[in-house]
Design a protein around this ligand. Structure first.
Ligand code: URA
Length: 195
């Protein structure tokens, strides 16, 4: 039986692609290991690489605020991981070969967590998790069902830092997520809707 401890140790020793040569830390993931809601980003940036934790830079602060907006606590209520666990140099997009080499770690995490809802943060995560031709501008906020698990993508918080005009539609997507959590989740605490 694969355990979290085995998985984390093996992941942190990974040399399956060349990104191990330039990484400071492997960014495995954080949060509740039996979370019903899994958030998946693209890959670590500079701050994440330094600290070994996902979404701890400016985009991460925004993600924390976005979660708070729908009464979710990033450590207590959800799990946060990335498609690639090591920082691509100069924050370039992860190559397909790097994503393929790394995806098994996320597959194992997914199997251990058994989420009911997966939220992809940005295009790269949506293409890897939902479908290769995912169009973020047209398909953000839409639900996709995969073997009974609900998948949705929202704009990446880094994109929302660059382009404020996308924030209102992301707020709608977050409220849509909150409604779905209320519908399908049992152990994700959300405050009661105020009337
Ligand atoms: N962007 C991501 O996609 N993941 C992180 O962990 C940080 C920034």
């Amino acid at each position: 039986m694969l355990t979290w401890d085995h998985l984390e140790a093996a992941c942190k020793a990974c040399r399956k692609c060349a990104l191990w040569e330039t990484r400071t830390n492997v960014v495995f993931g954080v949060g509740r290991r039996d979370a019903e809601v899994l958030f998946v980003g693209e890959g670590p940036g500079e701050n994440e690489d330094k600290q070994g934790l996902p979404f701890v830079g400016r985009a991460g602060e925004l993600l924390t605020d976005m979660l708070r907006m729908i009464d979710l606590d990033r450590d207590r209520d959800v799990y946060i991981a990335n498609i690639v666990k090591c920082r691509p140099p100069h924050n370039r997009d992860p190559l397909n070969t790097e994503q393929e080499a790394c995806m098994d770690w996320l597959r194992y995490q997914y199997r251990l967590i058994r989420p009911k809802i997966v939220v992809c943060l940005g295009r790269i995560a949506a293409m890897a998790m939902i479908k290769p031709d995912f169009k973020i501008t047209q398909e953000h906020g839409k639900w996709f069902d995969k073997d009974g698990v609900k998948f949705m993508a929202i704009y990446h918080p880094a994109a929302l830092l660059r382009d404020l005009s996308r924030r209102p539609e992301t707020f709608v997507d977050l409220k849509n997520l909150q409604a779905m959590i209320r519908q399908v989740c049992s152990n994700t605490p959300l405050k009661e809707e105020t009337k």
